[in-house]
Write a protein that binds this ligand. Structure first.
Ligand SMILES: Nc1ncnc2c1ncn2[C@@H]1O[C@H](COP(=O)(O)OP(=O)(O)O)[C@@H](O)[C@H]1O
Ligand SMILES: [Mg+2]
Length: 427
């Protein structure tokens, strides 16, 4: 082990201990696990101290922060490189006129263009106290800034954040009274009145643990309103919706998927509570493709750990959506507190949905097209109404007629087209 060569230098062992102690304490206060934010790797090789750690991002704001910290702790520094994806700072000698052995001084390097952001710090021999402080401050700044703008961070990770979905309300979804009732009871009430649930648990449990649901599964075919309902919930409880399309981010991230998923959960929590919507979690279903299997296995294990570890006190709730519930891994299924089933709309509901998109039609007309449209989902009904409107518009333009409401016949025709096509598909 290297011994201090100068008396104001700190021995390797006590430097390592100091950095690790500060880092652990900081991560703990930030509510982050060591698994999710790897602690710095510290080593001493060939007479050189090396410290390396991941940073969540490397943007202008963060670089500015790093430069301020570096200037604050080191007297003379040279920018060694400052280009896309690589930024290096080299400390100079106390006397600027002495240029010998400059490369033995502390050097800070930041890497990463779009992912895998990292900071490497190296120095010949041991570090002084100022330099140790700098290492700790840079580590903290990276995480603090990464958390500072969770929306940007989430976007980079492939999630979409809907911050104001207040304009969508329950009236937008026609019918589905049972779904709405279940959601009011199991999601909205607990999110709006957490203290009531927690007080009860404090009265009943030997050891306090939250009785509030943390993960809910939406099951139903495509176009039955799962995503829309998640947005409405977010608007109603005034929380941002973090939309995570599992399938597309799995392919976008390659080997990084599991780490990124962990970061999504943390960033969402950093927003002070959010609705995390994991769409298409079927893509985590066991697959025969060996390469894919390895990736999904790792993502699945992070997801299981995150669902287990969701802080009871946190106001983040996770909603998973699937249309192949029976293909899902049992361990994953068991993590959901409740499943809400979104069936295809009944004939009465189809009429109500048509009523939302063609409010000028009479109840009899709505009933009639709903009856022909057996098996239609809400989305297809909306598509059919749009199709009818476009055909109507085209007709008005060609005939140079003033704007008016589309004729009932146009809707009936569109539904019939759909029904005939469907007939062919299912002999
Ligand atoms: N019950 C309903 N009432 C009105 N519109 C609906 C209904 N169900 C679905 N829709 C329409 O279908 C579209 C697609 O729904 P979406 O929430 O994306 O379904 P999913 O996520 O289940 O695939 C929605 O934008 C909405 O316009
Ligand atoms: Mg959807």
């Amino acid at each position: 082990m290297a011994e201090p060569i100068q008396k104001d230098l700190i021995s390797y062992d006590s430097m390592k201990e100091q950095v690790e102690r500060e880092v652990f304490a900081f991560l703990d206060r930030a509510g982050l696990g060591v698994d999710d934010y790897p602690i710095p790797k510290i080593s001493f090789e060939k007479g050189t101290t090396q410290i390396s750690f991941t940073i969540p991002a490397l943007n202008d704001a963060l670089l500015g922060r790093f430069i301020t910290l570096i200037k604050g702790q080191l007297d003379n520094v040279r920018i060694h490189s400052f280009g896309d994806g690589y930024y290096a700072f080299q400390a100079l000698n106390k006397s600027l006129f002495k240029t010998d052995n400059i490369l033995d001084n502390i050097k800070l390097e930041f890497f990463g263009l779009t992912a895998n952001f990292r900071c490497d710090i190296s120095k010949k021999g041991n570090l002084g106290q100022d330099e140790i402080n700098l290492v700790i401050e840079i580590f903290k700044a990276g995480i603090a800034t990464g958390k500072g703008d969770p929306v940007q961070h989430l976007k980079k990770l492939g999630a979409t954040v809907y911050e104001d979905t207040g304009s969508l309300d329950w009236g937008y979804i026609a019918g589905y009274e049972e779904v709405k009732r279940q959601i009011r009871e199991s999601i909205i009430l607990p999110l709006k009145n957490p203290e009531v649930y927690d007080s009860i648990a404090k009265l009943t449990r030997k050891t306090f643990e939250s009785n509030r649901p943390r993960a809910i599964l939406f099951e139903g075919g495509p176009g039955v309103g799962k995503t829309t309902v998640a947005k409405i919930i977010a608007g109603e409880v005034k929380a941002p919706l973090v939309y995570v399309p599992i399938e597309s981010i799995m392919s976008k991230w390659y080997g990084q998927s599991s780490q990124n998923l962990a970061q999504i959960f943390e960033a969402a929590d950093g927003m002070g509570g959010a609705i995390i919507f994991l769409d298409e979690i079927d893509s985590l279903a066991p697959s025969r493709d060996q390469n894919m299997f390895e990736a999904t296995r790792r993502v699945l294990s992070v997801l299981l750990r995150k669902l287990d570890g969701l802080d009871a006190a946190s106001s983040t709730i996770t909603i998973g959506a699937t249309n192949r519930m029976h293909d899902l891994d049992n361990a994953l299924l068991s993590r959901f507190d409740q499943t809400i089933n979104f069936p295809l709309p009944s004939a009465k509901e189809r009429a109500a949905i048509f009523g939302n998109y063609a409010r000028h039609l009479s109840p009899e007309e709505l009933g009639e097209i709903a009856a022909i449209g057996e098996g239609l989902s809400g989305r297809t009904i909306k598509d059919i109404c749009e199709f009818a409107e476009r055909r109507w518009a085209r007709m008005l333009i060609i005939k140079q007629l003033p704007v008016s409401k589309p004729d009932y016949k146009y809707y009936r025709h569109s539904v019939k087209l759909w029904a005939d096509k469907n007939q062919q598909k299912t002999p």
